[in-house]
Design a protein around this ligand. Structure first.
Ligand code: PCA
Length: 208
């Protein structure tokens, strides 16, 4: 049976909750296969998130890695295509670290492409009535660092990638765009269900 590793993040930037981890927990609670689902909560810490992700991947040897995080203010579920080798933090992480213009990996390439079937996933999400698009930048904060690290660590042939989520209704600060909690959980479940699909019907063009 294939093992899928699904991660979300702790709250950060003064927020009490992070919809990514709440969605991950909801999906795990209702997951009925066909794969084994392993979940992990990543700290919003450049140092500790990367270390925990490495350990978790080593422990589970997953067949696919799906990481999720919050993109507060976004009005779409964004399936990330690229992790860049750059840590450039607008705000300190939860450990107080604020790297500026530092590489995630001094010996690594400038960027790594996500290996999830990103176009297929966007199509699955929009077909299900969920607002989704492809994204060429996961930013330069902890989420991007986790994406870049995941892509550095997984063995060849193991798809890995990152999905950024908007605020959920129950966690959004006043005035922020949100999706219903159920829709966010449904989107994460769809990504889990299709992360091992092969990419041969990936459409072009209109998924951005
Ligand atoms: N979002 C942040 C880090 C944790 C999270 O949920 C980001 O986009 O980098």
């Amino acid at each position: 049976m294939a093992v899928i590793l699904l991660t979300g993040f702790d709250p950060f930037d003064g927020a009490a909750r992070n919809p990514s981890m709440e969605a991950v927990r909801t999906v795990a609670a209702g997951y009925d296969g066909p794969h084994d689902l392993a979940i992990a909560t990543l700290p919003v810490s450049f140092a500790r998130a990367a270390a925990l992700l490495r350990d978790t991947i080593a422990r589970h040897s997953p067949d696919a890695v799906v990481c999720t995080g919050l993109a507060g203010g976004s009005d779409r579920i964004t399936v990330e295509r690229v992790g860049v080798n750059l840590m450039d933090a607008r705000i300190p992480d939860n450990d107080g670290a604020q790297p500026v213009d530092e590489p995630s990996d001094p010996d690594g390439p400038a960027a790594r492409f996500a290996t999830l079937p990103t176009k297929r996933l966007v199509r699955r999400l929009t077909d299900a009535g969920l607002p989704a698009r492809l994204s060429l930048s996961a930013g330069s904060y902890v989420c991007n660092h986790v994406l870049y690290t995941a892509l550095s660590v997984v063995p060849r042939g193991v798809p890995a990638g990152f999905v950024h989520l908007p605020w959920s209704r129950s966690t959004a600060p006043a005035g922020a765009f949100f999706l219903d909690d159920e829709d966010i959980a449904r989107s994460v479940r769809l990504v889990v269900d299709h992360c091992l699909d092969d990419d041969d019907d990936a459409p072009g063009g209109s998924l951005w």
